[in-house]
Structures are given as C-alpha cells and as structure tokens.
Design a protein around this ligand. Sequence first.
Ligand SMILES: O=P(O)(O)OC[C@H]1O[C@H](O)[C@H](O)[C@@H](O)[C@@H]1O
Length: 498
Amino acid sequence: MQTEKNLSNTAHDSHVAVDMVLDTAYQNISEAQWKELFSFARKSHLPEFIEDLLSGKHVNLSEDRPALHSALRNLSKSPVILDGQDVMPSVIKVWQRIDALCNQWVGVTDVIHIGIGGSDFGPRLAIEALAHVPEIESRGMRMHFLANIDTAELARILTKALPHSTRVIIVSKSFTTLETTMNAKAVVAWLKDSGLTQRQINKALFAVTANVSGAKAFGVEEEHIFPFWDWVGGRYSVWSAVGLPIALQYGFKTFEEFLAGAHAMDLHFRNAPLEENLPVIMAVALLHQQEKNGIKSYAAIPYADALDWFPKWLQQLDMESNGKSVGKDGKPIKHSSPIVFGSAGSNAQHSYFQLFHQGPEVIPIDFIAVRKPMSDRPEALAHHRILLSNCLAQAQALAHGKDANNPNDVYPGKRPSNLLLLPELNAFYLGALLALYENRAATLGALWNINSFDQPGVEYGKVLAKPIEKALGSGSDHVEANDSIDVVTAARINLLNS
Ligand SMILES: O=P(O)(O)OC[C@H]1O[C@H](O)[C@H](O)[C@@H](O)[C@@H]1O
C-alpha cells in the first residue's frame, strides 16, 4: 500500500508532548514540504507571536488587550506581568475562593449553570468528559446546563431540580447576554414560586463574570461573585471560575489537574522548537491542506464517547476565533478557518463518513483516540479494542483509497488525517487537549494574519433582533419594511403574527 509519499514514518510523522502522541503520517507531507512550512512559519514571525501571546502583549489589536488565558492555568504562579502589574495574585485569590466554595456546598442536590457560548461549552464538555473516569469521584450533584433561550431546556431542568437544595451559577463575561439574563430571571422566579424566601434565594445565587457591577445590579451578593478579566476571551474562559462546575462536582484537586495539563501544554508551546511543537505542527499541516487541496472544512472525531462535546467546543474556538475575511491590517486574507465539525466515533462513521471516503471534497480529519479503556472490565476491553481498530481502519482507508472496476466502489484515497493519541482520559489530559487546540487556533490566526481574539461578526444579528422582537411583540400582521426590517423579514413577521 502506497500513497504519494512512501508511508514509512518520516522525521515529522510522530511527535510526543505532554505524553500525547501526534502522528501525521497520513498527512502525506514530504520532508521538503514540512521544511517549507516551518520556514513560512518563521518568516511569519510565529516564534515572536507565541512569546507575545504568552507574555501578555496586546495581541488582541482591535480591543487593545492581551489574550492571557494561559495565566489562568499558570500553576507555577510565576509572575505574569500585564501593563506593569502581576496578574497572578488576583488569579490565585480566585483559586482559593473556588477551593473554599467546594468545601462549603454540602447537601446541594442540583446546580443550574446558566451561560451560553464560551460560558457554556467548556464546563459542559469537562463535566461530561470526566463523568466516567474511574479515578474521579463525583459529588453526585445534578449539574444542569442552561444555555438556550428556548424554554425547552429550562423546562427540562426545572422538572428535575429540587428548588430548596439547588444552587444557581450565572456565568457571563459581559453579564449583558440576553439569553443568560432572561434565563437567570426565569430561574429566580421559579425559586420564588417554589416558596424560597429572598434570603434563601440570595444564598442560592452565584455569578461568574468580568462585569461585577452588572452581577451586583442583577441581585447577586458580592461575596457570591467570582470575577474574571477582560483579558480572558469568553471561548478561552473555562480555566477561570467559569470552570467552577468542574471543581464543585469533581473536587478542587481535579480542577487543578485540568489546569496543570493545560499549563504543561503551554510550556511545550512556548519552549519546543517549531518542528516539534504539536500545536504548530497541526496548524501548518492544515495550512498545507488549504494550499494543496483547497480544503474548506475539517473534522475532529474523538473516538471516545466522553468527548462528544469536544467538537462543539472546538467549533466556537476555531470558527469564532478565525472565521474572518480580513487580516489584522484590514486587508483581505487568503485563508481563514475552515468549517469545523465532528462528533464521537464510531457513531460518526455511521453518519457522514461516506462523504469523507467518496465525496468530491477533501476533508482533513483529526482522529482523537485514548489508549486506556474507560474501565478494565473484560467487556470494556473488547469494546475498546473495536473502537480503536475502527479509528485506525478509517484513517488507513482514507489515506490509501481503493481501486475498483465499478466507479461506485472506488475510494480515491489521499485523504489526510492526524492521529492524536491520549494516554488516558482524565482531567490532566483533557486540559492538555483543550490547550493544544487553543494554541493551534492562535497559531493558525498568526499564520493567516488574523486577530483570533475578537468576534465583531456576532454583533450585527443581535442588533437586528431587537426591532424584530418589538415587531413580533406588537402582534400586528401589517408590519411594513423599514430601515431595520426588510421586505422578506416583514412578511415573515406578519406570517408569525397572523
Ligand atoms: O459570556 P457572555 O458575555 O455572556 O457571552 C457569551 C457569548 O456571547 C457571544 O455570542 C460571543 O460571541 C461569545 O464569544 C460569548 O461566549
């Protein structure tokens, strides 16, 4: 079996960092091409960018601030200077408060975590991912995540939660996100309707935010507010008190391990030469596929059911960070984020893998596998072996393809993929995995000349929703088009109001 390149492993095919193996053999990139890619990265001043990012320079140019989420997992506590001041004392203070809170919550049956986007995906993913790790003891609270403004999610939660032993955490960097504040009001009303006194409600209500005055104005007591800072992007915020559910459910030590894995990955990102640097290798490989195959999308398929939320978290990370058409200088750019999608394997094989194998487009894939089964029961070992063999088989089939007389049976092959192998799934390696992808997104942004830390494109729709909501609220089915509502939308409003 051969692809373009002889598929015997070359120097750039297999790398280890933080005990994770990245195998790029099926990327089909020659030695000379790798060299060129790393040389391009150097010409693009990537090493300087990495240093600027991790040392607190204002890499978020449009908002004139740093993107210092790495400080939130800096367990070495070494000073991180931002505009002349060490941020670590305030970070450490929040860690201490999280730790203390874990000990205070006794008899809590339900936690309702209200937040959306970056205030939701990270903790939701971590709670799911660590739920079945045998070494991690869960405190057994029902951890409910409430994001959607659609009341279906709210209703589902409120039928299960026991109001007198529920705690509510409102998580919003801005504390102005409509979905979150409305859901929070609805949950407070439910507590009231369930007979809780104002004092009991105050006791139940907590907030995590960069807008402390906003949370206070909402009615959260100051000592129940866990702050984070404007230099932490929402989609990079799970390392802050946004990750509170991880500590509350699995203990502060587990939360620390999660941070430790991410910190280890940051150290690797900062210190490893580009040629051995996992986030960089993954980024330049994607760049190569954009140049060579004009790829427009890529998939992340974790062969671990516990990581089913990972692709959703990754979608926001990659597409909100790098889904842009102009560079830092405001000029059009050649490449930006492909469409990202994925879900747990082997389920995904039974859904959209047909397109990977025989569709007209080349879609690079990150196969993410875990070496250690989630349990050592005999049936778990057998299941795990089948899971891994499927993962390996899919990558091989995609790389080599298959000839046949019947065109229907032809697999074109040369479909690139990475294998990322975690030694086991625990808090440490989950942290390392997320930080790997965060650093990869930042690297891609740097190579594409994109500011990965703002998201101006999400605002316009929110602005337009306001007059539309007003028109829907009017109940009139004679709404006319105006400056903010066009003819099509006016007709749709009239349809809904009729
Ligand atoms: O945390 P919040 O301020 O409530 O923001 C929640 C989300 O809102 C917007 O959709 C932003 O695009 C996201 O980046 C953010 O994560």
